[in-house]
Design a protein around this ligand. Sequence first.
Ligand SMILES: Nc1ncnc2c1ncn2[C@@H]1O[C@H](COP(=O)(O)OP(=O)(O)OP(=O)(O)O)[C@@H](O)[C@H]1O
Ligand SMILES: [Mg+2]
Ligand SMILES: [Mg+2]
Length: 508
Amino acid sequence: MLSRRLVHTSSRRLNKFKLDPNYKFKCGIEIHTQLKTRYKLFSLSPSSFYSSPNSKISYFDVGLPGTQPKLNPEALYLALKLAVALNSDVQLNSTFDRKHYFYPDQPLGYQITQHYHPIAKNGFVELKSEFDEISVPSKIINIEQIQIEQDTGKTSYDKYDKTIKVDYNRSNVPLIELVTKPDFEDLKQVGAFVKNYQTLVKHLDICTGNLETGAIRVDVNVSVNGHPRVEIKNLGSNGEIQEALKYEYNRQVQLLKNQEDIIQETRGWTGNKTVTLRIKEDAVDYRYVPDSELPFINLSSTISSDIRKSLPELPEQILKKLTSEPYSLELKYAKFLVDNKDILTYYYHLIQKVNEKQQPTKLANNWLFHEYLGAFTKLNIEVDMTILAASLLGDLIVKVGEKEISTTSARLLLLQLLQTPEDRDKSIDELIEQYDLGKPQDLSADELHDAVRDICSEIVDNNPDVVERIKKGQKNSIKFLVGLGMRETQGKVDAKAFTEMFKELLKL
Ligand SMILES: Nc1ncnc2c1ncn2[C@@H]1O[C@H](COP(=O)(O)OP(=O)(O)OP(=O)(O)O)[C@@H](O)[C@H]1O
Ligand SMILES: [Mg+2]
Ligand SMILES: [Mg+2]
């Protein structure tokens, strides 16, 4: 199965859903992100997502008495990268706290998090209609805070054994919780924010970015007209977020229309409705206390600028660049590249190669997105940018641009290259020669034109029925004639030359 089809998220249709102007929607979200660290947050067991249950745990992860936490500096570094990329104020002093609640997936009886002094505060993201699907030109979403915390274990119900099972592999995996202010005014803004966030964490290489595997989990808080907020926990995909928000907004509006109370509570999403999980705890219920075993984090005053220097170009800057000269990509292609860093790197190399030989960027754009990525689909193989060097594809594109090889022949050669490893060590000139794909060598442009005319005249004479159809208005049938011409010349002459010649001969 192809993992990266060029299917673009034409954002799920908000089928007929509309906010009622009399009932103001207000929403703030919390995003939990699993950090891609080698080890867990406070122990030396590996942070690995695909392992057999309870195979990646240490004594601390399962809360055995006498074990103590030690902060993993890699997690701190990744959290700082995110904080700086989100324009937050990194706090030079931050601390860890214990949040108490009792549940089998929480063996310590508390979760270590940052409640009183988080690692960063006051960030923001600017959504822009230029790049995001929102209905206002620009919208700032403020970020209240970013905190570092542990993930919990995972419980699941085994219906054959009729038991609840707990897997602690996830216990103590580093998480970042990001809390936004309640700044979202409609569903599109939430969708755009989450999408951008996913892209960013993937781009910074701090998380896999998958909502589906639980690497990113979103809680949404919704209120209407200043009534109490309701939180919906643990949404696993952009689609789910949209559906849950729609349902919850409608539910609250209906309650208000019936003059019933909205209670502040935590709800879950079943797949088609939200249901009460628990009436909302507040900070008192969690009995937050500073963790007595972990020291404070003290950072140097230059930390933000140091981290900023180490950041790559950020997604918005890349989108701006790719949608302007000389790249001039359509936004959907630019977004695709930002979401697929390896293809982006490949793209830059390709453009450089093609431009060096004075061939236009547009030709390379077309070849990369349609011919090259399309070839993987055609051959039903996984997109892999390491198969064919960008310089070799660049050379092939240059040959097309210089009309040394027809588009048809170049397409065939490309398919051949993707399937034949030994051919990839050869130069394009050698390959053209080996497969006899060059334009008819010994003909001048005029002679070639005459040859095409002769071939076309003969085809016209031999296919009176097709010619008749074309003259009656079935213009598409010209493609049939062009196909015959291509076959006759084994694809060495471009389809365009044939099309033009047929049009001339048939006076179209
Ligand atoms: N009136 C409101 N309407 C909608 N959302 C709100 C409103 N007031 C606050 N929120 C949002 O609720 C969220 C509160 O998250 P926060 O982590 O601070 O507390 P919590 O949800 O009580 O704690 P927990 O981490 O246990 O879920 C924020 O995203 C905030 O923007
Ligand atoms: Mg929270
Ligand atoms: Mg919450």
